[in-house]
Design a protein around this ligand. Sequence first.
Ligand code: PBG
Length: 330
Amino acid sequence: MPILPTHRPRRNRKSQVIRDMVQETRLTAHDFIYPLFLIEGQNQSLEVKSMPGVFRYTADRVIDEVGKAVELGIKSFAPFPSINDSLKDRLARESTNLNGLYLKAVADIKRQFPEVVIMTDVAMDPYSSDGHDGVVDVDSGEILNDASLEVLGQMALAQARAGADIIGPSDMMDGRVAWIRDVLDSNGFANVSIMSYTAKYASAFYGPFRDALDSAPKKGDKKSYQMNPANRREALRELALDEAEGADMVMIKPALSYLDIIREVKDHTNLPVTAYNVSGEYALVKAAALNGWVDGEKTMMEVLMSIKRAGADAILTYFAKDAAEVLRRG
Ligand code: PBG
């Protein structure tokens, strides 16, 4: 007689009610941070070619988009600016302009929706004529760490003045969390948080984002500051530094090819862990869905669930609104 199984895990899957009862991970609209692309001008929204369904908004239009998202229960936003070439320079001076596109829009969103949380981006690339996250040495082409800190600190301070709740340094310069913390604290912004891009990899998945902002490096790549995708232990080294430097939350980026890093970091910190489901990850799912090769909605929800299951407490995702709609429907 063959031995029939005494253990039957399928009993816990026998009905929807039981499956719901034992479900380990749940997504909610509170998990999402919604990235927004800003452009100069008025009354325009332009679709990003490589990101179907994602738009770049003028400041007046972004207010409507935030309103729609809030309606769906999304309360956190991460705006990024697409800056006119004429305003770009070596030192990203436009990044501290309180009357410029970015900081005015941030202040405006906060005025219209005081309850929402705005996480601003600290990195030079949208404003840099070199398209790098830090200062480029004119002669050698080297990305200068300590000269960059100076710029990044001023950028963070201007963002705090504009009303940012969370500063998100995405630049990967060494020591920038401590530097920014010090600048914020000594200027009366002790309550402004820092969500550090702790393990940000030099990834091909950022392509569509660079299209959206026209922010690709003019020369070279970002490998001297963003991490090598082959490395896991190095993420823990970055984590230890960001914790020691005073980060309030840590982030892994990208998310999907780095689920192991999310889990690793989660197992080594008591800080909230977030993950950035980046532009290229969005594009892959959308492209396949538009071709009818996968079910776009189900794939989106599975992707987001996997990121949360891996250990992310919150997810930056271009799917925020679509996913919140699915969750609302139940
Ligand atoms: C740059 C920055 C990038 C992203 C967020 N901030 C691109 C890069 O490092 O080149 C990418 C986000 C995405 O791809 O969705 N500071």
